[in-house]
Design a protein around this ligand. Sequence first.
Ligand code: ADP
Ligand code: ASP
Ligand code: MG
Length: 814
Amino acid sequence: MKVLKFGGTSVGSSKNINNVISILENYAKKDRVVCVVSAVGGITDKLLLAGKQAQNKDTTYIDTFNLIKDIHFNIINELNFDKSSSIIAFIDEKLNALKSLLDGIFLINELSPKTSDKLVSFGELLSSYIIAETMKNRGLSSDCKNSQELIVTNSNFTKAEVDYTVTNKNLQTYFNTALQQITILPGFIAKSKIGEQTTLGRGGSDFTAAIVAAALKVEQLEIWTDVSGMFTTNPKLVKQAYPIEKISYQEAMELSHFGAKVLYPPTVQPVLDLNIPIHIKNTLEPEAAGTVISNEETRSSSPVKGISNIGNIALITLQGSGMIGIPGFSKRLFETLSQEKINVILITQASSEHSICLGIDENDAELAQTAIDATFENEIALHKIDPIIVEKDLSIIALVGDNMKNHQGISGKMFSSLGKNNINIRAIAQGASEKNISAVILQSDVKKALNTLHEQFFETKTKQLNIFITGVGNVGEKLVEQIKQQRKYLKENLKINLRIAGLSNSRKMIFSEEGIDLSNWKEQLENGEQATLDGFFENTKTLNLRNSIFVDVTANKDVAGLYEKYLRQSIGVVACNKIACSSDYENYKLLKRLSLKYNAPYLFETNVGAGLPIIDTLSNLIASGDKITSIHAVLSGSLNFVFNNFNDTTKFYDVVKQAAAEGYTEPDPRIDLSGVDVARKILILARESGVEMNLENIENTPFLSDSGMKSDSVDDFYQTLIKDEAHYQGLYASAKAKDCQLKYVAQFNDGKASVSLQEIPNDHPFYNLKGKDNIVMFYTQRYPEQPMIIKGAGAGADVTASGLFADIIRIGND
Ligand code: ADP
Ligand code: ASP
Ligand code: MG
């Protein structure tokens, strides 16, 4: 004898019913088969909805009824029954009875648990009959037996308890004499000793199958559903989840108790003692291996077997100094909840015994609050206990594994990876058996938390980074293209799964939780929604993806103003925009502090020397205990380009225009030519060396003409370059006369910094600096005479983009 159970999706369409029948037909060739079925997918919910509507005098219950009717008749039509077939008459009769019951509820305005059970029973009665008739119609030896005549319970409606002595006897007697090869049983439904219709709890068809399997002492119970087994976590929320091959009864029970809906928690009980394995299989993919639940010892690479979650949790906190040392306090609390039939899902008690926290179903919260407040009325009045606190919109996440107890540091890993992703933990409980660690978090963080933990415990090999890029001009575009090109390499070689989840220019923005398809990103962006800076932030925050990084590829002050908000959400920031780092010292410090506090990296290597590893080198020197004594540098790729190309045969205006066209200047070239850009860079290096300094502390000797300094638009500025050509030729001539090169030099010495155009003699390391190159010389305690020198291209879209990319990878490797 074999016992199989098919769930709501498995019997939810004619196509799936045909799948079920072919599976049964195959099994029936070798053995007798008992098949337990659920209601057609979604019908139990609809029956309850119709009941609620009728109870509330809402006539739309008739629409809901008609929908239920249509769903069943559609399936019957597709199964090709003869119009005169007895099945039509039977279904009609059942639906009429259902309609009368709903009309009755509507009339009396009342829906008791007893009536509710009667109401939902229609779901399984209809589905089991349809399947059995279809099989008979196809000449198979099959019959439907109403399990209400076999499974006997108490009168605890909506979640009745089984009387195993009577039930086992009924089942054994029936199957001893039943003649058909395949028996279809409706799951979930039963009757009380005095003949009232009862149910075994939502999801209870699994349980029916286990009761039958145990009563008949079969060798294996098969639960056929719509996924290929019990997964490492809910596959609807975590794409990377995968089926667990083997799992123990205890682990399966813990996972299902904490929300893995694929198995109704009590299902394990009846089969556990008899050692009957449960095999979970997929009706839609029958070849897939599925999961075997048994008491066989299982080994796996991770001590964590699975992660599950239950939503709609309310947390009840009872606290007060009067609780300390009072015996019987907990007893009264739990008695109160038990009297109200409130199920406690999670308990934590502070070691001071000064507070106790309970996780319960959110729907029970009001009832619990009233009841507990009543029980402790006196203590509350005497201020020994505070009135209870109820928090809602919470969820429990749980790590489960028999082997967790033998491994140190699992909870540490769990909480640090949640913390890194800014997931606030409201309460923690560890099962006494150490088979589970559970935490209460905000409902809105569940998806991120499950993905984070899954990555931590099941995908240690790859780390997903979710990038949100603002600014896709010259540099931004190059960055996107570089990412597109390198994605595969990063995955294969660095185990980084890099995805762009948000993109924006000044007009449009797009987002994708799965990562934007980069094959036609420009087109998608053009058709995106209207961009705003706050809108971009809000979307990034709402997507709530793990390892999120905001990348600022603008030179915009308002964008820089938002870093604080990103960091406070534990979203990392990578910027080539130097405004924030060179803003007021307090702001620079604040961002650094937030980065530490929220565990969100803030990297800005490209602020100085584009892609050259200047800031990283400096931080490594400092971190390893070195001290910077002075810095000499040419830090403006644009100014270097300008003075390398400007001479008595070229025009200053033309050279500056060319630098702008090649993308070597800031969008506003005055920022470069006035020296402000270089001043910002040396300021950043000074600050990174540990000195408190502001932009106004930097001595800036301008080389621009007066009118150039005073121009108030970019166009005006260009005009002054034409007009003041003689001034610039004068600078060139003076240098040439001394056989010197003009270089724009930044210096940091003795806590002071300056920037100025200098005439560099031919024996100086700066003399031969070509094109748009930068050079930095760090004199430190460890490099007192021969400085540490970093030299190379210090401007250009490609190298700046690769500098940003390097910062992103730095975060990925962390
Ligand atoms: P059935 O109607 O077949 O009883 P259920 O909807 O009750 O199916 O259970 C299957 C569903 O359980 C899956 O579709 C999936 O969404 C959900 N689920 C939640 N957690 C898990 C998990 N860890 N493994 C597999 N499925 C899970
Ligand atoms: N049909 C019932 C429910 O939806 C029982 C089940 O599907 O297992 O809860
Ligand atoms: Mg189910």
